[in-house]
Ligand binder design. Sequence first.
Ligand SMILES: [Zn+2]
Length: 252
Amino acid sequence: MKNKNKKDKLTIHDVVVKRILPLLAIPFILSGCAKRSECDIKDDHVHLYTKTENNAVVKTYMNSEYMKHKGYDWTSDSIKVTADDLAFYKVKGEMFEGEKNWDCLYNKMASCHDYLEYYYTYDDFEYMPGWTDEDGNEVGGYYYWDTTTGWTTDINHRGVNGTVRVRHPLYYGYKITYENGKYVKEKSPYVNDFREIISDYPYINGDKCVEYAYSKEYDFDERQLPSLRVEDVSEFKQADLSYTGIYDTYGL
Ligand SMILES: [Zn+2]
């Protein structure tokens, strides 16, 4: 039984090492990005920041002088604001207006279509030396097996067994309201298409605007999988990308 405990400890050690290393690395990465502009405007103002996301240029105003901020690049374009506006921009943060950056959202939806995931399960066996005789010769041991399971998009993954599900993107945004003397951010419901919420929830965080829902699981014979298409099993309504505009054609 001694060796069995040893194996458990090894496993825990591996997990601890993997989780600590990324945490240690983050402060070094962030400290390299703190270069500030040489802007000398004295009045309260916010700068136009831009970035390229989903093959589209995204623009938003932020209260910052960092040359790189929240994934955006500083520009010298600025607008004067009031102190109250600054409170608004603090809550808005890196979010951008969906209507003014529609290409980014449309391209995002075009890249996030439904797709199939395949379940896999397989066993690995491992021999652990158990005990030795008086002369140090190994005379017994243990076999352990680990069952590995998960979901993959690779139909040729080891252990794919015919169970599939559909991964479906759901989109969300935010609105900013003024309540009890302060600005408050409120998240939208999850929708199949940004156009369902874009007028009521005009602000989008490009890094946090998609969540994935999963269908129920369907069992097929493995030999059926190569010809199985996502449309054959999807129970979700997908964004209609044949409409490229925001309002003019959508839903009419
Ligand atoms: Zn400035």
